[in-house]
Ligand binder design. Sequence first.
Ligand code: PNS
Length: 159
Amino acid sequence: MTIAVCPGSFDPITLGHLDVIRRGARLFDEVVVGVATNTSKTAVLEVAERVELASRAVADLPGVRVVEVPGLLVDLCREIGATVLLKGLRGGADYDAELPMALMNRHLTGIETVFVPADRSVAHIASSLVKDVARHGGQIADLVPPGVAEALQARLAGS
Ligand code: PNS
C-alpha cells in the first residue's frame, strides 16, 4: 500500500493541481492532498478555506483525501505512513523551486518526491496568476474547480 502526499499551498486549488492529483490517484493506492503553509508566500485564503475548497474539488476521486499540514510536511508523512511526495512540474522554473524542497525532504527523512509533468492543457495555470486575473476582474471560472472562483472573488472583494 503506497500512500503519496501531494503538498502545496493550494491558494486556491486549480485545475492544474487537480490534474496532478487525478493522475497521482492512478499511480498510488492513496493520495493525500496536504494543504500547507509556504512561509515565503502570503496566502489570500485561510487554511481552513483552502482545505474546504480542495476537499470539494476531490470529493468524486476515490482514494483521495485532503488534510491540513500543521507543521513540517515530513512529519505529516511519517504520521500517516506516506512514503512518496507527489508534485507537478510545468517547466524549468517549477523544477528550480521544487528541487531544493525535494532534496531537503529526502535529507530529513529519506522520503522521495515523484514529479509528474503538467498536462499541456493546464500548464499555464498557477494559483498566483489566477489571483492576479481575479484581482483585475478577469474570468477565472475555467481555471479552477467549481465553487473556487466565487470563494476567491468574495475574499478578494472583502480584502
Ligand atoms: O504550493 P507551494 O507553495 O509551492 O508548496 C510549498 C509547500 C507548502 C509544499 C512547502 O512550503 C512546504 O512543504 N511547507 C510545509 C513546511 C515544510 O515542510 N517546510 C520545509 C519544506 S522543504
